[in-house]
Design a protein around this ligand. Structure first.
Ligand SMILES: [Fe+2]
Ligand SMILES: [Fe+2]
Length: 320
């Protein structure tokens, strides 16, 4: 029923592509990096993010749900790749699909590990909810809306990645090198591929109102459903903690770490998040190329945080 109503309303948004493709010859091809971490629930630091359990719980909840968002991106990108004629953009779409597929795989391994009794994250329940939600609602949406949601989701991961790259020290409060490698590698690649979904959307559809609709769905999911789901994790994990002062102190700081307008991950980036609604917005208006170069140099080379886990780097072939 929802899907019929959505289908009808999406038909009202007529495609209006009048997008001039950026000159991709000036950009390096995007590689797909295979990394193998081998998580062990007993080794995971559940206060990984800045020694704060509540903020770390938010990221763990995000880790469970984002795999479904990534699967939506992969499915949508695969469907639309056939309509992209430019060989360089086509190659970039293949890189996006490859990078997201490995993100999803690695986060699923991390999620398996936090289900371990040492962490006791309610992975099974949240996977059940995520799967039901995406299978019955989001994946049933018509392709133009999924394309717009894909661009919207990628905007949020780009903003998150930029924030994290600008706050590198936040990854170093903990000695958990594996969790650090996963998030740093993920953030680097989200920033690296941040314009692909947007360019495909503008090229194949370009309707502004539909782009805004995809943004608001992504907004509601990432800044509504995920924080809401985070609230129940402590209740399900260790309910006896809830009566301690330590828990509430940690939770108060955790909420600020994510939502404070001064320096919170999402609270302080609201302006950049809503910049997406500017009609002439483009992801590259926020230049992250220097951070990206710094991170590639620092993390992937010998001695870097990702280097010990890097298995293979592969660049998709150029096909017309
Ligand atoms: Fe990703
Ligand atoms: Fe992405």
């Amino acid at each position: 029923m929802i899907s019929t109503a959505v289908k009808k309303s999406v038909q009202a948004f007529k495609p209006m592509p009048k997008f001039e493709l950026p000159d991709y010859t000036q950009k390096p091809a995007i590689p797909i990096r295979h990394i193998a971490v081998g998580f062990d629930g007993k080794e995971i630091d559940f206060a990984f993010y800045m020694n704060n359990q509540f903020a770390s719980t938010f990221f763990a909840t995000l880790s469970v749900f984002l795999t479904y968002g990534e699967d939506l991106v992969i499915e949508t990108a695969r469907y639309h790749r056939d309509f992209v004629k430019d060989p360089l953009l086509k190659q970039r779409v293949t890189s996006l699909i490859g990078q997201e597929a490995i993100h999803s795989k690695l986060h699923n391994e991390f999620n398996d590990a936090i289900a371990h009794e040492a962490v006791n994250f309610p992975v099974k329940l949240y996977r059940f909810l995520g799967e039901k939600f995406f299978d019955n609602i989001f994946l049933k949406f018509p392709q133009p809306l999924k394309l717009s949601m894909m661009a919207g989701i990628e905007h949020f991961t780009a903003v998150l990645a930029e924030y994290m790259m600008k706050h590198e020290k936040n990854f170093y409060y903990s000695n958990d090198a594996k969790t650090r490698a996963m998030w740093m590698w993920h953030m680097l690649e989200e920033s690296e591929h941040k314009d692909i979904a947007y360019d495909v959307y503008q090229l194949l559809n370009g309707n502004y109102a539909l782009r805004a609709a995809g943004f608001f769905i992504a907004f509601g999911t990432i800044l509504g459903l995920i924080p809401f789901s985070t609230l129940f994790v402590p209740v399900l994990r260790q309910p006896k903690d809830l009566v301690t002062r330590k828990f509430w102190k940690d939770a108060k700081r955790g909420v600020a770490l994510i939502f404070s307008p001064n320096d919170g991950v999402f609270g302080s980036t609201m302006g950049q998040i809503f910049d997406y609604l500017r009609r002439d917005f483009h992801p590259n208006d926020h230049d992250t190329s220097e951070y990206l170069e710094y991170y590639k140099e620092k993390l992937l080379k010998e001695g870097g945080a990702i280097a010990p886990y890097l298995v293979k780097v592969f660049t998709p072939a150029l096909r017309s």
